[in-house]
Design a protein around this ligand. Structure first.
Ligand code: 4NP
Length: 154
């Protein structure tokens, strides 16, 4: 089975929501992909997703409540086929920890998904409701594009 790890900074706002969207949309599409998420930082290890993320996800029909935050680990580069960053800072942090032969599996989520622009899912942590809704919108758009791509290459 193919596997994708979604990565942001804290693993409480963006990547848990994108993981939840990906899990449901892959299931709806009948595509067998294992999904997980992690953070580059250790600030929130063991915590649930941010309550604002949980609420915006739930309003859109996605359940991120089982999630508990964890930090990106060295084994993730062996375990996952793709390690996808939410923004350019996440991307450079991931690449700085990733062995050179595995750099090819690391990318921005939205670029990998085939979204033309924007390529970043902006950090909503210090933002407002609209910023959290934007995470959902970009997650849904990215997954639509990614599933479309997988159908073409399948
Ligand atoms: P995330 O958002 O990377 O989407 O989970 C953040 C969560 C926590 C912090 C920053 C961003 N923080 O500074 O604690």
């Amino acid at each position: 089975m193919k596997s994708i790890l979604f990565v942001c900074l804290g693993n409480i706002c963006r990547s848990p929501v994108v993981e939840a969207i990906a899990r449901l949309e892959f299931e709806r599409a009948g595509i067998d992909v294992y999904v997980d998420s992690a953070g580059t930082a250790d600030y929130h290890i063991g915590e649930q997703a941010d309550s604002r993320s949980l609420a915006s996800a739930q309003r859109a029909g996605y359940d991120a409540s089982p999630h508990r935050a964890r930090q990106l680990s060295a084994e993730d580069f062996d375990r996952f086929d793709a390690v996808l960053a939410m923004d350019n800072r996440n991307l450079s942090d991931i690449l700085s920890r990733c062995p050179a032969p595995q750099h090819g599996k690391v990318d921005l989520f939205l670029r990998y998904a085939g979204v033309a622009a924007p390529l970043e899912v902006p950090d909503p942590y210090y933002g407002n409701d609209a910023d959290f809704r934007r995470v959902i919108e970009l997650g849904k758009t990215g997954m639509e594009k990614l599933i479309g791509r997988l159908r073409i290459t399948a």
